[in-house]
Design a binder for this molecule. Structure first.
Ligand SMILES: *[C@@H]1O[C@H](CO)[C@@H](O)[C@H](O)[C@H]1NC(C)=O
Ligand SMILES: *[C@@H]1O[C@H](CO)[C@@H](O)[C@H](O)[C@H]1NC(C)=O
Length: 345
């Protein structure tokens, strides 16, 4: 006595569905990276820097919230709203391309702060304070800003007054540049644009990426690496600020470039970061963030190129790490920093 064909179909479908669901679950578990259990203390957080405007001046924090897309001010610091890392960008009105201090060094003087619940305050030398209303997708234009590798990132336009202020300060004209805001409602997709890089850095993915950052959400450097670089440049006073990382780690037992080998980083009790890419360095590091002056001999990049050249697809020399946020939370200056390596099975 055979089962009716309807019953048979139902049975087969049920079995296939069950196998697929269980299989997908096992595959997901297997693919999930295992957070290590053995941590080694290497130092503490020495500095926390947030850059609200890409290429602008830093905000120095005592405490920060680490979100999936980067660090953020906390409510103890700012009640009205909290500044995020690289939440604003300057771009061309015609070409939609982003602008940086590589071309316009005076951008490093632009200060961003919170004015009230819905306005940024923006200051620069010789300019009156600009108040920028936080724009929303409903009432403002959204531009597709051209990024590295021809990636496009959506920016909500901050209006004509901001556009003319930035144009006057940066290019001394009445128009030409626009200011864009990232409302953090969309993650970037680098799967097509950064295929070469993704192929080289196997653990880099969409999940690693920040707002208007070059690439990842968070970056970190070890103070001793910059100290060593200074010795090599020769009697030099290159600062960690020149490299524009978010987190500076220091500790009595740290050796220069130790951070190259850190796979995982835990800060305090909670926050866990994963090293997904070496931080490769560009010409911006040759511009002094305090006076906007380019180093006459292209230092420290020239020296870095001599001993920290990278063999990856980007070619430029490396200093520090690009991190993905695995576990969000709060971090403060002085917090212990622990590291772990990938566990071999
Ligand atoms: C990357 O993100 C995009 C958009 O969020 C998504 O369509 C795509 O599947 C993601 N790719 C990977 C490999 O996660
Ligand atoms: C990526 O992560 C895995 C662990 O999930 C590790 O074994 C591997 O070495 C990492 N690859 C790179 C290039 O860092």
């Amino acid at each position: 006595m055979g089962l009716s064909s309807v019953t048979q179909t139902v049975l087969v479908t049920t079995v296939v569905t069950a196998v697929t669901v269980v299989g997908a679950f096992i595959y997901k578990k297997w693919k999930q990276v295992k957070i290590p259990s053995n941590w080694e203390r290497v130092g503490s957080v020495k500095k926390l820097h947030l850059y609200p405007l890409k290429s602008g001046h830093r905000v120095e924090l005592q405490r920060a919230e680490v979100t999936e897309v980067g660090i953020k001010q906390t409510q103890d610091d700012e009640k009205a709203f909290q500044l995020r890392d690289r939440v604003l960008v300057v771009y061309g009105a015609k070409d939609n391309e982003f602008r940086t201090a590589r071309t316009y060094p005076k951008m490093v003087f632009i200060d961003v702060s919170v004015h009230d619940e819905n306005h940024f305050a923006i200051d620069a030398p010789t300019m009156r304070t600009l108040y920028v209303k936080i724009p929303s997708r409903d009432d403002s234009k959204v531009a597709n800003v051209k990024w590295w590798q021809d990636e496009r990132i959506q920016a909500i336009d901050c209006g004509d007054e901001a556009a003319s202020w930035f144009s006057r300060y940066i290019i001394e004209r009445d128009s030409g540049l626009r200011l864009g805001y990232n409302d953090a409602s969309q993650r970037r997709d680098i799967t097509k644009t950064h295929a070469k890089l993704l192929n080289y850095y196997k653990n880099l993915s969409n999940k690693s990426i920040g707002l208007f950052t070059d690439l990842t959400s968070v970056s970190l450097v070890n103070q001793h690496s910059v100290n060593d670089l200074n010795k090599r440049v020769g009697n030099s006073d290159i600062t960690v600020e020149q490299f524009r990382h978010n987190i500076v780690v220091d500790g009595p037992d740290l050796q220069p470039y130790d951070e190259d080998t850190w796979d995982w980083i835990k800060i305090g009790d909670n926050v866990i970061l994963r090293n997904v890419k070496d931080c490769t360095r560009c010409i911006l590091t040759t511009i002094d963030p305090e006076n906007g002056i380019r180093h006459p001999d292209r230092e420290p990049l020239k020296t870095l190129e001599q001993y920290r050249k990278h063999s990856g697809p980007e070619k430029s020399p490396r200093l520090g790490n690009n991190l993905e946020v695995t576990r969000t939370g709060f971090i403060s200056i002085g917090d212990p920093v622990y590291i772990a390596r990938y566990e071999t099975k």
